[in-house]
Write a new protein. Structure first.
Length: 626
């Protein structure tokens, strides 16, 4: 896997120069240089790096693809897009997104009252806002307020009860108004068509959202009855996130297009838009045989435009404006999680760890001979002999015939023999050798929480590209398992022989080794959980000036221990007083020690939960000495 599959998932956003992975923009700085500069400013632990130019690149690509398709087919409808806030609501992301998207009239989609407030305050007036999800009177009233502010807002009906509430709120807001204002109304339809994969249940008759055909007809009659039919603006559907296959989308487009045309012909003259939801897939795969997406963005745009035009012509109605809510496509690539390796757990399996005696058990002597004399010609035979000897020696240990040093020597020698055999037979690629890699995999303890920063891996098995930030001129040889620092056995990205990850053999007491986790900008932050009370990593926005030089901006440090506890509604004032009193009342400390201990306590309370690297500890020790 040359350069960790960067050519598959990287989209030219990052490149390898020399031994480092670099940002393919401006002066092309290395990620390791950016990381080290932030750490020199005093920020330790994992870092989340945001790159606004990658947000803009995705928007450029999306709007350009649909502009090209509309021009090619002579399409008369417009193209609009909104970002679904559920994908990433963090202020550093949303504020930056709105800045870089200004030329496109890009809007926001809200699925809750809090998200709607964000949309109302951050979307430029005139850019679209769509409101999805279940709504009560307060949420619908907020949409009316947004309309009165001048926002181009569409409230999507998920059920007939919501339409009844819209009718009631419309009467309340506009009965005595000199200038009645009502938001646009959309209807989410429950399609027969469904997607595929993990999120397929977003579509189909059993989906959580949308109106059936019967409910749709009833909604149409209600809109006519209460004089709101001219507010019916949009048909909306969504068949699932991360659509890996284009075929289900084509089927859904035909179904939704025919519903649009039918409503138009019935008299819904203001109906003029189809919102195709999100789902535009991102390529996460690091291995060619595991690629997730079978279509290009150009094909996606062409299919949407062509099918909408075909149906409109056949039915004799106007071609609708096209809306998308593809949040993953816009957000995923902009963020990189960087985390340092703290420890390698299997480095004791080296020749210098052997504790051989003057007189060793015969089987251990034989193992040592196998280790020192193994060659390509005898590698398979010696490997089998070593595995057989290990079983015998472990049985002897259980029976009390050999001691702990003998057991340790057995483990080390067999591990070394397996490594040598795999190296000598690497071109054979047999199933036996692949299985043996599981036995010699190196466990890398990494300073991050998988539950906080990669929750989709834990919950859904979604893989993310992983690669070291430097040493890329050296071939990595260790089959790698990644362990996070939570005390949970699920906090592991295990070695998978079908999609193997190899990392470098390093000594973390001598040098730091950073891993980059890529394409983490969609969903991971907002779904991240404070398991073990680990909080959101320190984040920074990386921008580039006109000369191409990068700047580190908007650093938000990870929450300290007391802030995390306060978020969980602990009384931090009580905790502070209780800890202080117990130190003061301790009979184990002198008055001077009490002051010193209290100072250390407050120092630790001011820091976050992530672990300090050996280098950071050494730096602090040297500072204390100075």
């Amino acid at each position: 896997m040359k350069h960790f599959g960067l050519s598959i998932w990287g989209d030219d956003n990052f490149i390898v120069q020399g031994d480092t992975v670099n940002v393919n923009y401006g002066d092309k700085p290395s990620l390791i240089a950016i990381t080290e500069e932030i750490r020199q400013r005093g920020y330790k632990g994992p870092l989340l790096l945001r790159f606004p130019h990658l947000m803009k690149k995705q928007l450029d690509t999306l709007f350009r693809a649909f502009s090209k398709a509309r021009k090619e087919f002579g399409y008369k409808g417009d193209f609009h897009a909104v970002f679904p806030l559920k994908v990433n609501q963090f202020p550093n992301f949303v504020q930056t997104l709105m800045e870089v998207s200004e030329p496109y009239g890009y809007g926001l989609e809200a699925g809750s009252k809090a998200e709607l407030i964000v949309a109302m305050s951050h979307t430029p007036v005139g850019a679209p806002i769509t409101v999805n999800g279940f709504k009560d009177k307060e949420m619908i009233s907020l949409a009316f307020i947004a309309a009165k502010m001048g926002h181009n807002i569409t409230v999507t009906i998920e059920g007939l009860g919501e339409l009844e509430t819209i009718i009631a709120v419309n009467e309340e807001f506009n009965a005595d108004s000199h200038t009645p204002v009502t938001p646009h109304i959309g209807v989410r339809i429950r399609l027969h068509s469904s997607g595929i994969g993990i999120w397929a249940k977003s579509g189909g008759y059993s989906s959580k959202f949308g109106l059936t055909s019967t409910e749709l007809l009833e909604a149409y009659e209600m809109l006519k009855r209460y004089g709101l039919i001219e507010k019916l603006r949009m048909i909306h559907f969504h068949i699932g996130s991360q659509m890996s296959d284009i075929a289900p989308l084509k089927k859904a487009l035909r179904e939704a297009g025919n519903i649009y045309a039918d409503l138009k012909k019935r008299g819904a003259s203001s109906l003029g838009a189809i919102n195709i939801g999100g789902g535009l897939a991102v390529e996460y795969a690091q291995h060619g045989h595991m690629q997730e997406r079978n279509y290009s963005l150009g094909e996606f745009a062409n299919d949407v435009v062509f099918l909408m035009q075909e149906i409109a012509k056949r039915k004799g109605v106007d071609e609708p404006d096209i809306y998308t809510e593809s949040g993953r496509f816009v957000a995923a690539s902009h963020a990189v999680l960087v985390a340092p390796v703290l420890e390698l757990f299997s480095q004791e399996y080296t020749a210098k760890g052997l504790r051989l005696k003057k007189n060793n058990p015969p089987l251990i002597e034989e193992l040592y001979d196998l280790y020192t004399s193994i060659k390509r010609a005898n590698a398979r035979e010696y490997l089998h002999d070593a595995l057989d000897h290990m079983e015998s020696l472990l049985t002897l240990f259980d029976l009390g015939y050999i001691d702990l040093e003998d057991r340790s020597n057995t483990e080390i020698l067999v591990n070394l023999i397996i490594k040598k055999a795999i190296g000598l037979l690497k071109n054979e690629g047999t199933d036996e050798l692949k299985k043996l890699q599981d036995r010699i995999q190196e466990k890398y303890l990494v300073n991050f929480s998988l539950f906080q920063s990669l929750p989709d891996f834990w919950g859904l098995g979604q893989h993310f590209p992983i690669m070291p930030l430097d040493r890329l001129d050296e071939k990595p040889t260790n089959p790698a398992s990644i362990w996070d620092i939570t005390c949970d056995s699920d906090g592991e990205i295990g070695f998978d022989r079908n999609t193997p990850l190899y990392l470098h053999d390093i000594d973390v007491t001598e040098e730091e080794y950073f891993l980059g986790f890529f394409l983490t900008g969609a969903y991971q932050e907002v779904l991240g959980m404070k398991h073990n009370l680990f909080t959101h990593p320190t984040e920074a926005v990386i921008t580039f000036d006109e000369s191409g030089a990068y700047r580190i901006e908007r650093i938000i440090e990870a929450q300290n221990l007391l802030d995390v506890l306060e978020d969980l509604e602990y009384d931090t004032g009580y905790i502070d007083k209780r800890l202080k009193r117990r130190i003061e009342e301790s009979s184990l400390l002198t008055p001077e020690e009490k002051q010193e201990t209290l100072g250390k306590l407050y120092l630790y309370l001011s820091e976050n939960s992530y672990l300090k690297t050996i280098q950071a500890i050494n730096e602090r020790t040297e500072t204390d000495k100075g």
